[in-house]
Design a binder for this molecule. Structure first.
Ligand code: GLU
Length: 419
């Protein structure tokens, strides 16, 4: 299951974080073995017809990592870098993410190895429908509930919902979250991950005495997470000195006009050609002089190579797995505080949980209600992580894993392992 070279295995890195926390919890060997293996991994072919008429075959994945606390939950990624190893790591992280904010879900993730930027709307629809059709028996509101991730959108969730509902002959909006509002989506879901990132960041900044109006923030990734977090920070008076996306990085020590950059990026589908800052590389954004750094793109961006050159005092992981364990140790030694992915970006899945609950009740909440409950869940569980980190004298990441592992293990112990 893992790729041969240790250094390229995302799941291997993820396990390293788990092991650190597990050893502090004195987790017994059998439980450790169980929790470091996915419950189910599904790989399948996705034949689809290109607009040209040509038949193409892509590979699809769904990994259901753990079901102890509820149905599997996690996004679907459309990206050229999708592999079984990556999807497994992402499903593993979803397990701890759902547990750290105390949602009644296990962990899952899916993906298709493809470049959605080169596909037409019709091609995306056909791929999505075939992907959903392949999974009809194993997904469902009480089995596994997908959602958007890198490269997927509310429209893609709508096609997933429709295909599932057609096959099962039942209107089932709660099979997938992150849907458009017209189909049972939740108010506030699109902004939820970025909102959660800014909530925990601002809470920690207050703790560290960093005043929002004096804070310089750099953000890698200007998609759904990075651009929304940037707006929330800017609304609080912070200065966003650096942003980036696949086209490169943009640095402006006087602060980037976030509304302008967002409008530009929406219009051009990328920041390519954006003139509101000096052009640097996507990687250089991570080393930009700033107080707070938000990696909000992909895995393995902060490594042993660039970690010694990071300026920030605080790193808030908007992406899943942006920091390698080696880089994480360097940050710890340098006294740089890291709010880990499983907590920092849990806002998205938290509002997915609200969406699932609203769909099942057939009763929809006001946006202010969604945002209030999101803030309550994120800040309450962040406080628990902070408390545990202080009493056990461990970094936030270790404390977050400890809290999450404890919750999963408690559920497993009460249920009993069907062995
Ligand atoms: N893809 C998002 C994540 O990594 C959201 C998952 C969900 O809402 O289920 O957390």
């Amino acid at each position: 299951m893992l790729t041969a070279a240790r250094e390229v295995s995302v799941f291997g890195d993820a396990i390293a974080y788990f092991n650190e926390a597990a050893s502090l919890l004195d987790l017994e060997a059998g439980m450790r073995r169980l929790l470091t293996k996915p419950s189910r991994q599904i790989i399948f072919s996705i034949p689809f017809q290109r607009d040209s008429g040509e038949l193409e075959v892509y590979t699809g994945y769904r990994v259901q990592y753990n079901f102890a606390r509820g149905p599997a939950k996690g996004g679907i990624r459309y990206h050229p870098g999708v592999t079984l190893d990556e999807v497994t790591a992402l499903a593993f992280w979803m397990t701890w993410k759902c547990a750290v904010v105390d949602l009644p879900f296990g962990g899952g993730k899916g993906g298709v190895t493809c470049d959605p930027t080169t596909l037409s709307k019709g091609e995306l629809e056909r791929i999505t429908r075939r992907y959903a059709a392949e999974l009809v028996e194993v997904v469902g509101p009480d089995k596994d509930v997908p959602a958007p991730d890198v490269g997927t959108t509310p429209q893609i969730m709508a096609w997933f919902f429709d295909t599932y509902s057609m096959h099962t002959r039942q209107h089932t909006p709660s099979v997938v979250t992150g849907k458009p509002l017209e189909l049972g989506g939740s108010r506030g879901r699109v902004e939820a991950t970025g909102r959660g990132v800014s909530l925990v960041a601002l809470a920690q900044m207050a703790e560290m005495g960093i005043e929002p109006k004096n804070a310089r923030i750099a953000i890698q990734g200007f998609g759904n997470v990075g651009s929304v977090a940037a707006k929330m920070f800017a609304d609080r008076g912070c200065s966003i000195v650096g942003i980036s996306d696949v086209s490169g990085g943009y640095y402006n020590e006087r602060g980037i006009d976030i509304a302008g950059a967002t409008a530009y990026s929406q219009e051009h589908h990328s920041l390519e050609g954006y003139r509101g800052g000096d052009r640097v590389t996507n990687q250089a954004i991570l080393e930009t002089p700033c107080d707070v750094l938000v990696p909000a793109a992909l895995e393995k961006q902060l490594t042993v190579e660039n970690a010694p050159r990071v300026h920030a005092k605080l790193i808030v992981e908007g992406a899943n797995g942006p920091t390698t364990p080696e880089a994480d140790h360097i940050f710890h030694e340098r006294g740089i505080v890291v709010i880990p992915d499983i907590l920092a970006n849990a806002g998205g899945v938290t509002v997915s949980y609200f969406e699932w609950a609203q769909d099942r009740a057939g009763y929809f909440w006001r946006e202010s209600e969604v945002n209030e409950r999101l803030a309550e869940i994120m800040l309450e569980n962040f406080a628990r992580v902070r408390e545990l980190a202080a009493t056990r004298n461990v970094p936030y990441r270790t404390a977050a894993y400890m809290l999450a592992i404890n919750r999963v293990v408690q559920s497993m112990n009460i249920r009993g392992v069907y062995a």
